[in-house]
Design a protein around this ligand. Structure first.
Ligand code: NDP
Ligand code: OXD
Length: 315
């Protein structure tokens, strides 16, 4: 029997606790902050946005599990214990993100927001419809989530380009990598989908200078941004300026530098902005608790966990 700590902020921890207890009756499940017990007994910490420094109080941890795909909050903790940090890689989470990306790419491609506003005015007017194969969707970040979304977009007919840190080969997708490949990638992207992790190297990468490089005279006659990676990637004021200038025809934002997005943010009321509350790919205990417990089993059997964060790159 191992003691597993759940320390969850920002999400309701009850569903996670119930799921862990149901799936792993052999383990001692402790819940922060009220039922932690002896900190020295805790072997595994399963966390979402725990307060900085919390994990340093557990001297016998074998691993820390992020209950989401991104572990940037954990990596920002200067007192993070020197044990493997494992993130979620799970088909359910991946499919949820793919759904989000496909939904919003199609909303732009099929001009659905324009038809919504026409409906409010009772206007019956058809706009021309470019074929998907003439529209280039550029996916920034070709990891688990980006590659899945890129491949699905390609399957439904879009021309897809992708950008990553290292060289990647994906059938049917034109790939670019590194700072040297960024400009060419942006120049051909009409819909920019951002699925990068938050690291020092990606901070502020969605800025005015880069948004202006998007292809705005392509098949869609306007460039669009979809950011479902992390808020630290984007500069909100630059997105607003790009919308103002016409470099962007629309922005779909699921993540923000400050979450929840402050009520006074001008993004809320902007007619060309679509906002979702960081739910592009919801992490749900029904499927993800099992994936964490399988990793704990691996460690208990003496195998290294999979999907660990590389502390040199931060993702
Ligand atoms: P991965 O680690 O699998 O992929 C990250 C990708 O980003 C890789 O292709 C990597 O390149 C690329 N990358 C990282 N740094 C750079 C850089 N400096 N320049 C160029 N490319 C870079 O992550 P996932 O696909 O699983 O998840 C991506 C992010 O999505 C998460 O980190 C999280 O922030 C976000 N997310 C958001 C959710 C939401 O609901 N909004 C839900 C889940 C995740 P390379 O392949 O060369 O390593
Ligand atoms: C995640 C998230 O990283 O939900 O999984 O943001």
């Amino acid at each position: 029997m191992s003691s597993i700590l759940l320390a969850i902020m920002g999400w309701d921890p009850k569903g996670w606790e119930q799921r862990f207890r149901a799936l792993a009756p052999q383990h001692d499940i402790r819940v922060w902050p009220d039922a932690v017990g002896d900190p020295a007994g805790i072997r595994y910490a399963c966390v979402w946005k725990p307060p900085a420094g919390l994990l340093a109080g557990f001297p016998n941890l074998k691993a820390v599990f992020s209950l989401g795909a991104g572990a940037d909050d954990l990596m920002a903790d200067p007192k993070l214990p020197d044990v493997p940090v494992v993130r979620i890689v799970d088909p359910d989470l991946t499919m949820r993100m793919t759904e989000y990306v496909v939904l919003h790419v199609l909303m732009c491609h099929r001009r659905q927001r324009m038809y919504d506003s026409q409906q409010r005015e009772r206007v019956w007017h058809e706009h021309s419809q470019p074929v998907a194969g003439e529209v280039v969707v550029g996916v920034m970040g070709l990891g688990v989530l980006g590659a899945s979304a890129a491949q699905m977009l390609q399957r439904i007919g879009f021309k897809v380009a992708g950008w990553s840190r290292r060289l990647k080969t994906l059938p049917g997708i034109e790939t670019f990598h590194g700072p040297q490949g960024l400009e060419a990638f942006l120049h051909q992207s009409e819909i920019l989908v951002c699925l990068l992790p938050a690291t020092p190297a990606t901070r502020g990468i969605i800025n005015f200078d880069h948004l202006r490089k998007l292809k705005k005279h392509g098949a869609l006659q306007g460039a669009y941004l979809i950011n479902a990676g992390r808020g630290s990637l984007q500069v909100d004021a630059d997105i607003l300026a790009a919308l103002e200038e016409g470099a962007l025809a629309g922005a779909i934002l699921d993540v923000f530098p400050t979450e929840p997005l402050p009520v006074e943010s001008p993004l809320w009321g902007h007619p060309k902005v679509t906002i979702t509350p960081h739910n592009a790919a919801q992490a749900v205990p029904q499927t993800l608790a099992m994936s964490v417990l399988q990793q704990i089993d691996r460690i208990e059997l003496g195998h290294p966990p999979e999907n660990t964060i590389d502390r040199t790159t931060g993702y």
